[in-house]
Structure formats: structure tokens, C-alpha cells
Ligand binder design. Sequence first.
Ligand code: GZL
Ligand code: ZN
Length: 319
Amino acid sequence: MTIQRRAVLAATLVAAAIAHPSAFAQKKIVLGFAQVGAESAWRTANTESIKSAAKDAGIELKFSDAQQKQENQIKAIRSFIAQKVDVIGLSPVVESGWDTVLQEAKAAHIPVILTDRAVDSKDTSLYVTFMGSDFIEEGKRAGRWLEEFEKGKPGPINIVELQGTVGSAPAIDRKKGFADVIGGDPRMKIIRSQTGDFTLAKGKEVMEAFLKAEGKNINVLYAHNDDMALGAIQAIEEAGLKPGVDITIISIDGTKGAFEAMAAGKQNVVVECNPLLGPQLMSAAKDVVAGKTLPKRILTNETVYTQSQAVAALPSRKY
Ligand code: GZL
Ligand code: ZN
């Protein structure tokens, strides 16, 4: 290339850099995400959404799976701080015990975005925003559906409850919301309530114990997520009972498994909890890096699906 042509090219590049500084100056945003684990179909869909949204957004994602252990999430956050990432994303496996490590991120001037589950830190300056569902409302929706379903029927209505991970926001809040709604109904009684840690295997195991202890005395199962409900359905069938008929089944998430169970008449309703938070997380990360302020709370929108809607809804379900 002649000297003249080289000079012209250089001049054009400089002009373009002045005209579009961001295109040239902007380095790739690096987001470190500390995920809970891979405990359920919901979590798998949530991880998939985050990974594909990072790719679409041109954001470099450093991803860690903590196998549902808080100390692994804290280690991951510390490593993101050491790597000087631009933003940290966190789905906290339990609500408490985060202040120290979040203060370390704050001291390192790395903004933290909470997704999916909340923390109970009093100091809300420790995170930029919390985007996720209202788990108390999800519990209330489950309770309201049951009240509607049992309207006009005599008692007793004995309920067994499979709780999510002990100390997690969804487990605490879904229990509270449900109890708030059914607590005033003298027919309704939660006769057993125990954690199944959001997994299919544990949900089956605990339901087997409930059936051994209470047998035909159980009228309703309220499971804090679909995976535990699917495990319980297996236990109910192995006990010679009909899930969805002998025992009314309510769960939360809205994964494909729940829709298939409803289509087969083995589950009665599912309260949706939207895992597809990836795109919202990436746009929040870009806003934070660009210095924009975000609302402290970003609510995901979701609904309730009954058995009659399951077949029609199945084909369009993305997770
Ligand atoms: C809810 C999420 C819960 C799901 C479970 O937002 O934290 O964790 O309900 C998942 O399926 O394991
Ligand atoms: Zn809470």
C-alpha cells in the first residue's frame, strides 16, 4: 500500500474513532455470575437463559455453579473480585450471610446485581438491584387456587408441604404466602411440612415418609417447586394412590414436567415462576457499566396455569 493510501486510511480511522468513540473505546463488559447450582429444571432453564443472553449481548460471562453451597458462591464472588470483573451477578442460595463478601465487592467498586433470590442484608447499598419473582405472592396464588378449588366442600382438608431449600428466599416466602391465605380456613390444616431441597429425589423420599405416616389422611400436596412435586407423584403412584385425584397437587415454577403431569391428569395446577432472567440481567449490566441508576427492585411477571390450560400451553413452553 502506498504511503499516501496508508495516510488516508489512518485519517479515516481517526475520524471514525472521534465520531463513534464508544465503538472503539468500549471494551467487552465482563460479568461474573455466581449461580446456585443445577438442582432443578427451573435452574437449568435459568442458567441457559443467562448464558445465551450474555452471548447475544456480547458480554463476556464468567460462570460458577456452587452446587447449592453458600461457601462456594462466596468463593466465586471473591475470585470475580480478584479478576476485577466489571459487574457481579448473584442468585443467593440462602437469604443470609452475604454482608461481608458484598462489602468486599463494594470496596472493590464492583456493582452487584441480585437475580432470582433475595438477600436479607439490611444495607441495600450492597447491591444495585434485585430482579426476581415475588415469592410471597406465588405462595398466595397457590393458596388462593386451593381455596377456589375446595369452595363449598366440607373439611377436613389435610395438606402436606414440600418446602424448598432451608433458608432460601423462595422457601421462606412461598411457605409464608400460602399459610397467609389458607390460615383463616378452619377446614385446612398443614399436617406435615419438610424440606425436599428443591430436588426430585429428595421430594420423592420425603413424600414416601409422609405417605407412610399419614397414608390416606393426605388430601393435598403443596410443593415449593415442580421437581419435588414430580418426585412426590412417583411416590404417590408407588403407594397405589392416584396423584391429581386422590391427592390434589399444587406446585410452583411452570416447567415442562409440570405441564406434562397436568396434561396426564396427575397434577392440578402450577404457579409460574419465570426463570428466563438472562436478557434483563444483561441489559441491567450494560446500564450499570454505563453509569445509569436502576430501580432497587425489578419484578418478573408471571401467572398461574390450571390443568385445563396445560395441553394448549405445552407447545409454547420454553423450559
Ligand atoms: C425460584 C428459584 C427456585 C425454583 C426452584 O426463583 O430460586 O430455585 O423455584 C429452583 O426450582 O431450584
Ligand atoms: Zn424473604
